[in-house]
Design a protein around this ligand. Structure first.
Ligand code: HEC
Length: 351
C-alpha cells in the first residue's frame, strides 16, 4: 500500500498539523466550575446576611489561630527557661537537676558497693584497717583524685606502692576484677562524696530506703570536707601511703651507729654480689635505684631464692631509700630484686 499525501489519517504526523478544530456545534457545553447552594443561585449571588456571616466566621477563625499560636509560643518560652534555668540563677536548669539526682543515686550505690567489698579492709568509714585510711582530708584533697582511685581499682594495690604481692585485689572487670565501669564510678563518687550532704542508705536488693528500729530513714554523709584546705606548712601526702620508702625503710627506725650496707641498681643489675651484715642486730640497706622509671627492691630470702625473709617495698628509679632490717639470725641468705629475680640477686652473709 503506497502512502498518499493529503489523505486523512494516512498523512504523516507533521502533515496533519495544525489540528483541525471540530465543527462549532460539537464544542461541549462549559462545565459548572463553582457550585453554590440553590437558594444563593436563586438570588443570583451572596445575600448581605450571608456575606456578613462569612466575614464574622473568618474573624473568629483568625482569633482561634492567634490563640493557638500564642499558646505554642508561650509553651516554647516557658520550656526554654525550664530547660536552661531562669536568668540570674533563679532556678536550676533541668539538666543540672538531673545530673545532681544521678550523682546522688551513684553515691548511694557506691556506699553499698563499698560496704560490701571494701569495708572489711578499709573500715566502714574508710578509717583504715588492713588497707590504708581513705577518709583522711589531706588524702582526699589531692592524693585520692578520681583518676588515681580509678587506676588503683583497675590495676590493684600494686599501683599504690609497687608491691606486686599487695593484698588489695584488682576490681575492674576490664582487668579481671568483679566490678564493671559503672560500679567503679559509683565507688569513686562515694569516696569523694561531700560531708555537707546527707545521703540515704538504700537496701542493696530492693533499693528501698533502709529504716532503723524507730522507723527513721538511715542516712550517711560523705567523707570529703569541701572547705578543707591543707595547712600552709603541711607536707604533701606521699604517693605511697607507707611514705617515701615506707616505715621499715626510715633511717629513724635504725639505732644510731647501725651498719648501713650500700647497694646500687643500674642497668637491671646490682653493683654488688655479696653483702655481710651483723647477726641479731638491726642494720640498714641504703639502696640506690639508678634505673629510670624501673622498679627494684632488695628483698631478703632464704638461699632457695623463693622463701621470703624480709619483704621490702620496691622503689621506682631514679631514687634511693634505706631499708631497716630489725635483726636476722646468723646464716647465709639471698638478697634479690622481687621485680627482676633472675637478673638481680646476690649472697648476704649474716654473722
Ligand atoms: C583485702 C583487703 C582490701 C580490700 C577488700 C580492698 N582494699 Fe583497697 N587497699 C588494700 C591495701 C592493702 C592497700 C594498699 C596497697 C598496698 O600497698 O598493698 C589498698 C589501697 C587502696 C587505695 C589507695 C590508697 C592510698 O592511700 O593510695 C584505694 C583508693 C583503695 N584501696 C580503695 C579500695 C576500694 C574502693 C575497695 C573496694 C572495692 C578496696 N580498696 C578493697 C586492701 C584492700
Amino acid at each position: 500500500m503506497t502512502d498518499q499525501p493529503g489523505q486523512g489519517s494516512e498523512r504523516s504526523p507533521e502533515q496533519r498539523l495544525p489540528v483541525p478544530r471540530p465543527p462549532s456545534d460539537r464544542v461541549p457545553a462549559k462545565a459548572e466550575r463553582f457550585t453554590a447552594p440553590a437558594q444563593i443561585q436563586a438570588t443570583g449571588g451572596l445575600t448581605p446576611e450571608r456575606a456578613a456571616k462569612i466575614v464574622r466566621q473568618s474573624g473568629n477563625a483568625r482569633w482561634v489561630a492567634f490563640l493557638g499560636v500564642s499558646i505554642v509560643a508561650l509553651f516554647v518560652i516557658i520550656y526554654y527557661f525550664y530547660e536552661t534555668g531562669l536568668p540570674y540563677q533563679l532556678s536550676v536548669p533541668r539538666l543540672d537537676q538531673q545530673a545532681d539526682a544521678q550523682q546522688v543515686t551513684s553515691i548511694e550505690r557506691g556506699y553499698n558497693l563499698f560496704q560490701a567489698n571494701c569495708a572489711r579492709c578499709h573500715g566502714a568509714l574508710g578509717q583504715g584497717g588492713i588497707g590504708p585510711v581513705l577518709n583522711d582530708q589531706a588524702k582526699l584533697f589531692a592524693h585520692l583524685s578520681p583518676a588515681y582511685i580509678k587506676n588503683v581499682l583497675t590495676v590493684g594495690g600494686r599501683y599504690v606502692c609497687g608491691n606486686p604481692a599487695s593484698k588489695m585485689p584488682v576490681w575492674a572487670d576490664t582487668n579481671g576484677g568483679p566490678l564493671n565501669y559503672i560500679a567503679i564510678q559509683d565507688l569513686i563518687n562515694f569516696i569523694r562524696a561531700p560531708s555537707t550532704y546527707e545521703f540515704v542508705v538504700h537496701d542493696a536488693l530492693l533499693n528501698e530506703p533502709v529504716l532503723d528500729a524507730q522507723g527513721h530513714v538511715v542516712t550517711f554523709k560523705g567523707w570529703l570536707d569541701p572547705t578543707f584546705k591543707p595547712a600552709p606548712d603541711a607536707t604533701t601526702v606521699p604517693n605511697c601511703y607507707l611514705g617515701d620508702g615506707g616505715p621499715v625503710a626510715s633511717q629513724g627506725a635504725l639505732p644510731s651507729g647501725a651498719t648501713i650496707l650500700e647497694v646500687t641498681a643500674q642497668g637491671v643489675k646490682y653493683d654488688v654480689t655479696t653483702l655481710t651484715a651483723p647477726a641479731n642486730t638491726a642494720f640498714g640497706i641504703h639502696f640506690t635505684n639508678k634505673d629510670d622509671a624501673t622498679s627494684h627492691d632488695v628483698d631478703i630470702r632464704k638461699t632457695d631464692g623463693t622463701t621470703v625473709v624480709v619483704d621490702n617495698p620496691t622503689i621506682n628509679g631514679p631514687t634511693d631509700t634505706t631499708y631497716a632490717i630489725s635483726s636476722l639470725p646468723a646464716g647465709t641468705y639471698t638478697f634479690i630484686c622481687s621485680v627482676h629475680p633472675t637478673l638481680m640477686s646476690g649472697t648476704l652473709t649474716v654473722k
